[in-house]
Design a binder for this molecule. Structure first.
Ligand SMILES: [Zn+2]
Length: 311
């Protein structure tokens, strides 16, 4: 068995204007870094387009239609201060969802041990009817619902270690008792949600805010103290990861001061949870990360662990 690596050139056709840090060069940096001999063992898969019916697992049709209608024929459309559309954005967003669904199919179907979807736009800030924070559709939430309702799983865990709170995932799955959504994130920071008191309608949300400059040691301690015991008790049949790498010390958007080894450590621990309860099944998807070198190296460290654990 191997690690599936899902991406698509269409994800490079979601172009953003100069300024916002979520840009084509991010994915290019990851693709370059993973196009090296140490990653020859990856099972490389072209991400399919998601059907709109799949996106509608988490978003109303009217919202999906609104996003599609807002896509400009040329130039850029502005959804909010961070979130822009170019002519290729809707297709890219459907590839991002499609990569996650295909990854779930492959991992649950035994075609791959685990998977990483290198896609953009990211998804964890997209709320039910609000595009924000560079995100259009809730990629990881749609994957969770798909695993539950299409594949018939009973429990899916999502771990979000992006430096920003996954407000969108929390919104989309707030009332979903079959999902445990756990998030570590810097607070205070955009988008402002993610207090420990926000627990979901069924106690199915676990928010672990971390103070600026708290470093990888604090992250690991809170993972050991709060997140990993909760995931273990939940006994997920699939572990999804919202893998943002913007907690890195070099990242310009935040101050958590983590390093590549912290992302690798977290990946190991999440694979431990998956090994204990889910036959090792892990599907990870790219969220943030805005220093190109730190992003590429952190993603490489993450994928290396997936490959070691999946072999
Ligand atoms: Zn982020």
């Amino acid at each position: 068995m191997s690690t599936a690596f899902l991406t698509h050139p269409d994800c490079l056709a979601h172009v953003t204007p100069p300024g916002p840090p979520e840009r084509v060069a991010r994915l290019e940096a990851i693709l370059r870094r993973l196009d090296t001999p140490e990653f020859d063992g990856l099972l490389r898969v072209e991400a399919p387009l998601a059907d709109l019916a799949q996106v509608a697992r988490c978003h109303p049709r009217a919202y999906i239609d609104k996003i599609r209608a807002a896509v400009p024929a040329q130039g850029f459309a502005v959804l909010d201060a961070d979130t822009h559309l170019s002519p290729g954005s809707f297709t890219a967003a459907l590839r991002a969802v499609g990569a996650n669904l295909k990854a779930v199919d492959m991992v649950l179907g035994g075609e791959a041990a685990n998977a990483f979807a290198a896609v953009r736009p990211p998804g964890h800030h997209a709320e039910t009817e609000v595009a924000m924070g560079f995100c259009l559709f809730g990629n990881v939430s749609i994957a969770a619902r798909y695993a539950l309702d299409h594949h018939g799983l009973a429990r899916v865990a999502i771990m979000d270690f992006d430096v920003h709170h996954g407000n969108g995932t929390q919104d989309l799955l707030w009332d979903e008792p079959r999902v445990l959504f756990a998030s570590t994130h810097q607070m205070p920071l955009y988008p402002g949600t993610g207090a420990a008191e926000e627990r979901g309608a069924h106690g199915n949300v676990l928010n672990v805010p971390l103070p600026p400059m708290s470093g990888g040691a604090r992250f690991r301690a809170e993972m050991e103290r709060q997140v990993l015991p909760a995931l273990d008790a939940f006994r997920p049949e699939l572990v999804l990861i919202s893998a943002g790498f913007d907690a890195h010390a070099a990242d310009p958007l935040a101050q958590l001061q983590w390093h590549e080894a912290d992302f690798a450590w977290a990946t190991e621990r999440l694979c431990d949870i998956a090994d204990a309860h889910a036959g090792g099944k892990v599907v990870s998807t790219l969220e943030g990360g805005y220093d190109l070198d730190a992003l590429a190296e952190s993603a490489a460290a993450h994928v290396q662990v997936l490959m070691e654990r999946g072999s």
